[in-house]
Design a protein around this ligand. Structure first.
Ligand code: ADP
Ligand code: MG
Length: 185
């Protein structure tokens, strides 16, 4: 039977097969695809993530842009975004993800672009995450905003699949950037 948790396991197993060298190479390809868009240049405030467990890394962005915010996990499966200052000012959260100790929290409506990690996606912009629902919860109000945050899924091309289906609470991605292409659903 195909259910969400089996699909997650399948794609996480596939991702775990990547060598450190492949992660580095594919992440560089993804970063190059990002630079081919105007997402970074035109944007003042960017939310991103700190990659763990073979996730595509956007760490180049942390060193090259000076207005980056990273997720900070709070209680009740919620998160906020706090300013990234430097690598020494990060501490592991309960998931083992380094997060800023900075108290500079950004209001959601000020974030222009958010780069979102994922486990799998489909070409209509549906995202399968780790199952915490953090991004769905944080951006649930996004659709009602005059100037919604642009949500950019960051993926390896092999994470794309038709088996991914949206559920009522899933917030869609506006763009998906892989090592091979920029997908606009
Ligand atoms: P992910 O997006 O990480 O893949 P899911 O979409 O499966 O995870 O969501 C995980 C859980 O989070 C679900 O049980 C869902 O009910 C809950 N959830 C998602 N969005 C919200 C929300 N806006 N309010 C309350 N619960 C939510
Ligand atoms: Mg979801």
């Amino acid at each position: 039977m195909i259910n969400k948790s089996n699909i997650r396991k399948h794609f996480l197993t596939r991702r775990n097969l990547l060598s450190a060298h492949e992660v580095e190479q594919l992440s560089r390809d993804i970063y190059r695809q990002i630079l081919s868009t105007s997402l970074i240049e035109d944007t003042k405030i960017i939310a991103s993530y700190f990659a763990i467990s073979n996730e595509a890394s956007l760490n180049l962005l942390l060193t090259e842009h000076n207005n980056i915010y990273l997720p900070v996990v709070k209680t009740n499966q919620t998160m906020l975004f706090a300013k990234y200052t430097c690598s020494h000012e990060l501490v592991n959260n309960k998931y083992g993800i380094p997060e800023p100790i900075s108290k500079q929290i950004i209001s959601a409506h000020k974030i222009d672009v958010c780069f979102v990690p994922l486990v799998a996606f489909n070409r209509q912009g549906v995202r399968l995450g780790m199952g915490g629902g953090y991004y769905d919860r944080y951006f649930q109000y996004n659709k009602d905003k005059k100037k919604p945050t642009k949500l950019i899924g960051i993926a390896y091309d092999f994470q794309g699949s038709d088996t991914i289906k949206a559920q009522s609470w899933d917030i869609p991605l506006d763009i998906i950037i892989t090592n091979k292409e920029v997908i606009k659903p």
